[in-house]
Every structure is written in C-alpha cells, then in structure tokens.
Design a protein around this ligand. Structure first.
Ligand SMILES: Cc1ncc(COP(=O)(O)O)c(C=O)c1O
Length: 394
C-alpha cells in the first residue's frame, strides 16, 4: 500500500498561526540585494561573543565518547545554579530535588503543559500573557489544552487576579513572564505575591518565565522564587516553578541551556516526564553552563552593554516624540507606533533599513498591535548608525 500523497497532519498543528514574517523578510532581502544596510533589531539573538571561559569549558568537556546524558544532569550544573540563586536572589535551593537543567527555556515552555494538561478535562485552560512569547500558545494548543491569552495593555503588567473566576476555575497552568517579552515590563513583588495567591486558591500550577532575569537597567527584577522564600513556607507544595536561561545572560543562545527550578514535587514529576522525549542537555553543555552560572562578572558586563544600546535608542526615540512603553528590563524596547498601527510602522522603519518586529508577531488577540519591538541586537556602532537612519525618516 502506498502512503497517501498528502501527510495527514495533526489538526492542532495545522491550526497554529504562522508568523507573518514573510513580507518583512522580502523587503529585507530586497534592501540587502540593493546593497543597502539593514539594522537588524528583529529576532532577540545577541551577537556579542560568548565569553571565552565558557567556550573553553565546553571544549574541555567533550569526552572521547559522549554517552547519553541523564535527565537530571551532572551535579555541577545544578550546584552552580543553586549558587547563583543564593547570590542573585537570596534563595536557597536543593540542587538534588529543586533544580533541573533544560535544553534552553523554549523547549521547557513548550513541554510543560504536557505535565499538567488533561486534554479531556473541562479544566484544561493554560493562561499566558498576550502579547507574549508565542510558545506559551503553541505548547498549550499542541498538548490538547485550551490556550487562554490574557490581553495586556497600558503598563503591560499581567494581573491574574483580574481574570474572571470561571477562567480561573478551568485553568491548570498559568504562565507569567517577568521581565516580559516583548514589552520589558517587570512585575513587582506585590504583583507576584498576588498572582501566587490566586493560583494557590484555584490549585493552578504557576510557572514564571524569568529568562531575562539578569538583563535589567534600574532595579534587579524580583523572582517568584524570592516571593515563596520570603513567605517562609518552603518550595515543597508551593505549586511554583521558575524558568531561567543562559541565552541572553551569557550569550549562549546556540548552546540551548536553561534551568527549571521550584517545587520539588513538580520537579520530580517533570523528571519522570522528561525521561520520555530525550530532552536532556548534553553533558558538555551542562559543563559550560556550570561555569556560566558560577560567574556574575560577564553577565554584568553584558547587562551594561545592553544598557548602553538601550540608552541610545531611548534617547533618540523619546527625542523624536515617540512613546516608549514599559521597557524597564529584558532585551527589548517597546515603542508605540505613531499612527497606532505596529505593522505599518514596522514597514515604514524597514524602508530606512531598520528591521523590528511589530507587536502583532507576539499577540493572539489584538493586544500590543499598536507597538513595535526593538531587540538590542546590533552593536553600539550599528545602533548609532540606525539612529541616524531613523532620524532621516522620523
Ligand atoms: C519570554 C521568553 N521565554 C523563553 C524564551 C526562550 O529562550 P531560550 O533561548 O532559553 O530557549 C525566549 C526567547 O526569546 C523568550 O523571549
């Protein structure tokens, strides 16, 4: 028997929206083909070199025979992360039971709904910020959950306590993201405390995506783990997890290295889940991650550099009369489109060679569509040149 000419796709997959990048990519390619400069503030993938001590650790740990990595990973990376959590957050973690390495936080975001969503249950909603990182939606949908975007506007703070009670009753998993992509908004201690309270009341797993925890410009952002620690009740039974990443902190996007930390009961269940798909980071990646988490100096240097780029953009954009929203931390500057249409503004900027992402890239609802996001990618000279190019059109 022959296989059908068309692969019969999972209908959940076919229903996923595709990114509307095609038009923007076409214009970018035209500009490049015409020899015009393109300043790429699009995808949040830093260009600065990964510190050499991290690259050295990776190379030094490629064994003659790299055997299968374990789900829990070598103790060194978990202890190094626990050390970081103690220094940076004042949070004490048990590296044996409360810390698990992931292959970047993207896969963790995608796979976490598999842990708690019952596709046949009425309470299968997964709440997430909108606009937001698109994988919250995709992971929720492909696990058979019911994605429930929570639209943000104004200060772009997600207030779970404002969700209708019917939604909370049907929710299994609630995502928050602080500092937030794409807006750079930062949730306060009180915001986090209230969110956790709502989740405990409704027996919802609370997962805080904190992959931009070390990219801040005024005050260091507060982690949900600090809020639990300060409550003095211990992580066990808290129903709280937090995701961390070395992608932006240490310039390791290509290594794929993150951490999930929190409630040991949930971490235990996650360990079991993760024996199925083969998601464990390679031992040499974990070895590089261990030295990266153990060092704060390089993260501080990168933070200051991102701060300089941000300052250049902020000064110019505010001077040009544009409204910059939130943008307190993270790798992004979130700018209101002068005409109220982020897509149109992104196209306008692209004519001057400035590649940004319109808010519509990050939204399931209409939220944030009146904004564009600048990722702090080009180097300082690139940012200065981009400012001059924008000056000519704004
Ligand atoms: C909010 C958010 N979560 C998770 C990720 C994934 O990060 P990682 O590189 O650790 O997979 C990103 C990447 O841009 C992000 O913006």
């Amino acid at each position: 028997m022959r296989y059908a000419a068309e692969v019969r796709l999972n209908p959940l997959l076919a229903a996923l929206p595709t990114y509307p990048t095609i038009a923007i990519d076409r214009v970018r390619d035209q500009l490049l083909a015409a020899g015009r400069p393109v300043y790429d503030f699009g995808t949040g993938d830093p260009i600065e070199a990964t510190p050499s001590f991290i690259r050295d650790a990776l190379r030094a740990n490629i064994a003659d025979n790299c055997r299968y990595p374990t789900v829990i990973g070598e103790p060194a990376v978990r202890s190094a992360f626990a050390g970081y959590a103690q220094r940076r957050l004042g949070v004490t973690l048990n590296p044996g039971t409360e810390v698990l390495p992931t292959s970047g936080s993207k896969e963790a975001v995608f796979h976490l709904p598999l842990l708690c969503v019952d596709p046949n249950a009425p309470d299968r909603a997964v709440v997430f910020p909108d606009p937001g990182y698109s994988v919250y939606y995709r992971g929720a949908a492909l696990s058979g959950g019911r994605p429930h975007p929570q639209p943000l506007s104004g200060d772009y703070i997600q207030r779970a306590w404002e969700l209708p009670i019917e939604v909370l009753r049907e929710t299994r998993l609630l995502w928050i993201n602080t500092p937030h992509n794409p807006s750079g908004a930062v949730m306060s201690r009180e915001d986090l405390r209230r969110t956790w309270e709502v989740c405990r009341e409704h027996d919802i797993l609370l997962v805080s995506d904190e992959c931009y925890m070390d990219v801040w410009f005024n005050e260091p952002p507060v982690s949900i783990l600090q809020v639990v620690e300060e409550a003095g009740v211990g992580l066990s039974g808290s129903g709280v997890l937090a995701l961390f990443s070395l992608s932006k902190r240490s310039g390791m996007t290509g290594y794929r290295s993150g951490i999930v930390a929190g409630d040991p009961k949930v971490i235990g269940a996650l360990r079991t889940l993760r024996t199925n798909p083969g998601l464990a980071p390679q031992d040499f990646v974990n070895a590089a991650a261990a030295v990266a988490w153990a060092d704060d100096g390089h993260a501080e240097q990168r933070r200051l550099l991102f701060g300089e780029k941000r300052r250049l953009l902020l000064d110019f954009l505010s001077g040009a009369g544009l409204e910059v929203t939130a943008s307190e931390a993270s790798f992004y500057v979130w700018v209101k489109a002068p005409g109220g249409d982020g897509d149109a503004f992104a196209s306008e900027l692209l004519k001057a060679g400035i590649l940004t992402n319109p808010g519509s890239f990050f939204a399931v609802t209409a939220a944030g569509r009146d904004h564009v996001r600048f990722a702090l990618v080009p180097d300082l000279d690139g940012c200065r040149a981009a400012v001059e190019a924008m000056r000519a059109i704004l």
